[in-house]
Design a protein around this ligand. Structure first.
Ligand SMILES: C[S@@+](CC[C@H](N)C(=O)[O-])C[C@H]1O[C@@H](n2cnc3c(N)ncnc32)[C@H](O)[C@@H]1O
Length: 300
């Protein structure tokens, strides 16, 4: 999901952005349930968030597939927060059994209809943190993309705690989550600026977007520490820019059970050109895909 155009005048009373978000309930479980079950229109089933890459297939090929290719196909895949199934449509071909868990009943209903022909998919609505419906030692790959960036740190930590026992001995996870806490001081600077100055600085990549709905309490570092506390090892972390600017507000983290065949010292990689990769893929796709004739011709 991209940043919205929501704006403020920097006049909130809370001392910190973390405080402001938690006062407003942003990124909390009730906020996510309300947003994705009731408020969001889902006009294009989530494909609207892929357009800056060309389309969803372009984004799968350029973003998701290269980052999970070592772990698929896999016997059992758990997808947390599938929404309307933007990534499920690919994972379904890469798993013998695919378990979907989302807190929004509307999303799970949509997936049930969309994938009605597939008998190896299982569907669960949860409370936003529980994985009680998943057996211990049963998940070879847990996957979550473009969803838990909107979840607060406590939700991610609760999921990790349970995944330490739900993963098989060689199980592995790929999570896309917020890295906004790495910019705590810049965020406070951003909030104090007028809307116009802030927009200019965000556009130049000198300030993070303060209302990108990334969780201001989560970072790659906090994620790795949370893994370590519960018996998981973070084995790869890429911090990335997203569509709202050049700052690395997001992270992709790979994790596994300690002692698994994937276990190794964490490899960290900062990727500030992620947004530029999207622009290049969109141009390439407009010429090469032959899938979506509406993709704009960049030469015109
Ligand atoms: C922006 S949509 C993205 C959906 C899908 N991953 C995609 O990329 O198209 C966010 C999804 O995350 C789900 N979600 C948010 N917080 C969650 C949580 N704590 N547990 C499970 N699902 C959650 C929402 O219900 C919604 O389906």
């Amino acid at each position: 999901m991209t940043a919205t155009s929501a704006d403020d005048t920097g006049s909130q009373n809370s001392e910190s952005l973390v405080g402001y978000y938690s006062d407003m309930g942003i990124n909390s479980v009730p906020w996510n349930r309300q947003t994705w079950s009731e408020d969001y229109e889902w006009l294009d089933a989530g494909d609207e968030w892929s357009r800056w890459w060309g389309d969803t297939h372009a984004m799968w090929l350029a973003v998701v597939q290269p980052r999970v290719q070592a772990f698929v196909p896999a016997p059992t895949v758990l997808e947390i927060a599938p929404g309307f199934g933007r990534w499920t449509q690919y994972l379904a071909h890469l798993a013998e059994r695919l378990v979907l868990v989302d807190l929004a009943p509307r999303c799970i209903e949509h997936c049930r209809e969309r994938f009605a022909g597939a008998t190896h998919l299982e569907y669960h609505v949860n409370d936003g943190t529980s994985l009680a419906m998943v057996a211990d030692d049963s998940v070879d790959l847990v996957f979550s993309m473009d969803s838990l960036v909107h979840a607060d740190a406590t939700v991610l930590e609760r999921y990790l705690e349970q995944l330490a026992t739900k993963l098989t001995a060689d199980g592995v996870g790929f999570f896309h989550h917020s890295n906004l806490a790495a910019y705590a001081r810049d965020l406070e600077r951003a909030r104090r600026r007028s809307a116009r100055t802030r927009a200019a600085l965000v556009a130049k990549g000198r300030l993070p977007h303060p209302q990108s709905f990334r969780d201001p309490g989560m970072s790659a570092e906090r994620f790795a520490a949370a893994c370590d506390r519960v018996g998981l090892a973070c084995i790869g972390q890429e911090t990335i820019s997203w569509s709202s600017g050049a700052m690395m507000t997001d992270a992709f983290s790979l994790f596994t059970r300690k002692g698994s065949r994937w276990d190794r010292p964490n490899r960290c990689f900062a990727n500030p050109t992620f947004v530029d990769e999207a622009a290049r893929m969109r141009s390439l796709w407009s010429v090469a895909s032959f899938r979506n004739e509406e993709t704009p011709d960049p030469t015109r």
